[in-house]
Design a binder for this molecule. Structure first.
Ligand SMILES: C[S@@+](CC[C@H](N)C(=O)[O-])C[C@H]1O[C@@H](n2cnc3c(N)ncnc32)[C@H](O)[C@@H]1O
Length: 303
C-alpha cells in the first residue's frame, strides 16, 4: 500500500520519518524518494535478516537514514520526542519470513517450529508448545487465533508431546489435520491449522503487547501535525489500533476502568483521526499481491 502510505504521510524535503517495520524497505525507499533531497528516515525491524536487506536496498540514500535492529516498542529509546513528521507501522509478518521454511512460520513447509521474528530472542514456538499447560495453550489458540477447537487441540498437544516433543511445523500441522473437526479441508480454502499457527506466532512474538507499546512510542516521537500510519492484518491488531485511537482522540479523561459520563474531566486530545475508516489495497495491488487482501490502513495526526 505504498501509494496510500505516501498519501497519508505526505513526505517532504527536510521532513523526518520513522519506519518501525522496515521489512524489505519498500515503504522506506518510497518515503526517502518522495522526501528528496533532504528527508531523513529512522528505520527498525526485529528481524536481523530484514535489516540486512533494508540496508542494501536503502544504500543509494546513504547519509539520509539511521537503521537499527530492534522492536518498534522501543522507538523512544533512540528517536527524540516530538521529532518526526510521520511514523509508519506496517504490522505482521513479511513474505520472506512466511516463505522461508527454516523460519517455521508456515504450515505449508516443513521446518523447525521456530516463528521468532527476532532470532536473538530465546523463546521459540516449539518451547511454548512443549512447556505450556493445556489451559495456557487453549487460551493462546482462542485469544490470538479465535480457534473454536482450542481446548481439544491443547489436550491433544499435551498427549502427543508426552510421546515425542514438538520440533517441526509438519508435526503440528499433521496433528491438527488428524484431529480437527474440519479435517475434510482438502479443496477448501483454509487449512485447519491456520488459526493455531497464527496464534502461536502472535504469542511467541508478543505481537499485541509490542503493538500497544509501539503505538504509545509513535505518538511520543511525532511532532504536532505529524502523522501515524498503521497497516493491520487481523482483528486483534485492528482492535488495538482502534482502542488506542479512541483513547487519544478523546477530549476528556476518567479515573478507573469504567467511563461514567458524570465523572469525566475535560482534557485536550492528543491525536485526531485522519482516516478512522480503514483504507484497503487498490485492485492492482490485490491482483499482484493476494496476501494484501486483509491489509487495512488507518491514519492519526498529532495535535
Ligand atoms: C509486513 S512486513 C513490512 C514490509 C515493509 N513495509 C516493506 O515495505 O517491505 C512486517 C515487518 O515488520 C517486522 N515487525 C513486526 N513486528 C515488529 C516489531 N514489534 N518491531 C519491529 N519490527 C517488527 C517484521 O519482522 C517484518 O519484517
Amino acid at each position: 500500500m505504498v501509494a496510500e502510505v505516501l498519501n497519508a504521510l505526505r513526505p517532504k524535503p527536510g521532513g523526518r520519518y520513522a519506519d518501525g517495520t522496515l521489512g524489505g524497505a519498500g515503504h522506506s525507499a518510497a518515503i526517502l524518494t518522495a522526501s528528496m533531497p533532504t528527508g531523513w528516515l529512522f528505520g527498525c525491524d526485529r528481524d536481523g535478516v530484514a535489516i540486512e536487506v533494508a540496508r542494501e536496498r536503502l544504500a543509494k540514500f546513504a547519509g539520509r537514514f539511521e537503521i537499527r535492529h530492534g522492536n518498534f516498542a522501543e522507538l523512544t529509546e533512540w528517536i527524540p520526542d516530538a521529532s518526526c513528521d510521520g511514523v509508519l507501522l506496517d504490522l505482521g509478518v513479511s513474505s520472506p519470513q512466511l516463505d522461508s521454511p527454516e523460519r517455521g512460520f508456515s504450515f505449508q513447509y516443513d521446518g523447525p517450529l521456530d516463528m521468532r521474528m527476532d532470532t536473538q530472542q530465546l523463546l521459540t514456538a516449539a518451547d511454548l508448545l512443549n512447556s505450556s499447560s493445556a489451559e495456557e495453550l487453549a487460551r493462546i489458540f482462542w485469544e490470538f487465533g479465535g480457534e473454536r477447537e482450542s481446548r481439544r487441540f491443547a489436550k491433544a498437544i499435551i498427549c502427543q508431546r508426552e510421546q515425542q516433543k514438538f520440533k517441526t511445523t509438519r508435526q503440528l500441522a499433521e496433528l491438527i489435520e488428524k484431529i480437527s473437526a474440519r479435517r475434510a479441508f482438502r479443496g477448501r480454502k483454509t487449512h485447519p491449522a491456520t488459526k493455531v499457527f497464527q496464534a502461536l506466532r502472535i504469542a511467541v512474538n508478543d505481537e499485541i503487547g509490542s503493538l500497544k507499546r509501539g503505538l504509545n512510542a509513535a505518538a511520543k516521537i511525532l511532532k504536532p501535525g505529524g502523522r501515524l500510519a498503521v497497516i493491520t492484518f487481523h482483528s486483534l491488531e485492528v482492535r488495538a489500533v482502534k482502542e488506542f485511537g479512541r483513547e487519544r482522540t478523546r477530549d476528556y479523561v476518567f479515573a478507573g476502568e469504567v467511563d461514567v459520563p458524570e465523572l469525566r474531566q475535560p482534557c485536550k486530545p492528543e491525536l485526531k483521526w485522519v482516516t478512522r475508516k480503514a483504507i484497503g489495497p487498490g485492485e492492482v495491488e490485490l491482483e499482484e499481491n493476494p496476501r494484501s487482501r486483509s491489509a487495512q490502513l488507518r491514519v492519526l495526526e498529532k495535535i
